[in-house]
Design a binder for this molecule. Structure first.
Ligand SMILES: Cc1cc2nc3c(=O)[nH]c(=O)nc-3n(C[C@H](O)[C@H](O)[C@H](O)COP(=O)(O)OP(=O)(O)OC[C@H]3O[C@@H](n4cnc5c(N)ncnc54)[C@H](O)[C@@H]3O)c2cc1C
Length: 244
């Protein structure tokens, strides 16, 4: 490295920005709104910038389309501001819990599954034509997942002496179970002999998918499986090798 950069000259002075996160006090007003990416920045840890922003774009597009010339616009913008800030705060709380558990990898890994389980569930429901069921980031407005997520975060931030990761892991497994389309909890509980598996790993992935909120129509499950496989890799009927 030293040799490679021996002749290099800095084009700009070294910049150290110790704190990048911010949260805007106002996010919307009279016929204006900030996108979530301008309303706040949390941390790169979970790569949440694009999904937060895209949710904001979608909400603003609906407002522009339906309420631009209507007196409802102001209320819609206020609701947009409230939701945008709440999602940034929830993201910050989860990321804070992750950082608080950097020294307990099992708990850290479990907490990260909250994001993946929520994202996979939300994306699948959107593709199944039910976006209204998953209209908040990290499913924070979902009556089941939202409170369970808060419980996980609260447990994860509670520091005990000696440190005990099990309450966090159990809370995560319980939170994701109804939404866990990919068996994230199963594989995790299997790796951890100390986690009581009976409650979480007793049901098959198929059974879990049936209770995940698809309302278990065979068609929906088939669509789900199809959607999880990239189009170019779909297995044609009666063929044993994957088409590339
Ligand atoms: C280093 C880095 C890594 C990131 N990695 C990830 C990641 O892995 N996953 C993730 O989800 N998010 C990531 N993000 C966040 C993500 O990039 C942003 O959340 C997202 O790009 C925001 O989209 P945007 O359209 O609001 O803004 P931008 O993508 O910033 O687009 C704004 C555009 O407006 C243009 N513009 C600005 N002012 C004017 C003007 N006056 N006139 C004309 N044009 C103008 C800019 O040139 C720019 O092209 C990362 C961000 C950074 C900085």
């Amino acid at each position: 490295m030293r040799e490679q950069f021996l002749a290099a000259k800095p084009a700009l002075p070294f910049v150290h920005a110790p704190r990048l996160s911010f949260r805007s006090a106002a996010v919307a007003g009279d016929r204006w709104a900030l996108l979530p990416s301008a309303a706040g920045f949390v941390d790169p840890l979970l790569s949440t910038g694009f999904p937060l922003t895209l949710l904001g774009v979608e909400r603003l597009a609906v407002l522009l389309e339906e309420d631009w010339q209507s007196p409802r616009l102001i209320k819609g913008l206020q609701a947009y501001e409230t939701q945008t800030l709440a999602e940034l705060d929830t993201t910050a709380a989860l990321i804070g819990a992750l950082y608080a558990n950097m020294d307990q990898f099992d708990a850290f890994a479990a907490l990260s599954k909250l994001y993946f389980a929520a994202a996979m569930f939300a994306e699948t429901m959107r593709r199944l034509g039910q976006p209204q069921r998953v209209n908040s980031f990290l499913l924070m407005n979902d009556p089941k997942f939202g409170p369970a997520l808060s419980d996980c975060i609260e447990k994860a931030r509670r520091r005990t002496t000696p440190p005990d990761r099990l309450p966090t892991i159990e809370a995560v497994l319980k939170a994701i179970e109804p939404f866990d389309l990919a068996g994230l909890g199963d594989s995790f509980a299997t790796q951890l002999a100390s986690v009581p598996r009976g409650r979480f790993a007793g049901r098959s992935a198929e059974a879990r998918r049936r209770t995940c909120g698809h309302r278990a129509s065979a068609g929906a499950l088939r669509v789900h499986r199809e959607l999880m496989v990239p189009r170019g890799l779909r297995r044609p009927r009666g063929c044993d090798t994957l088409r590339t």
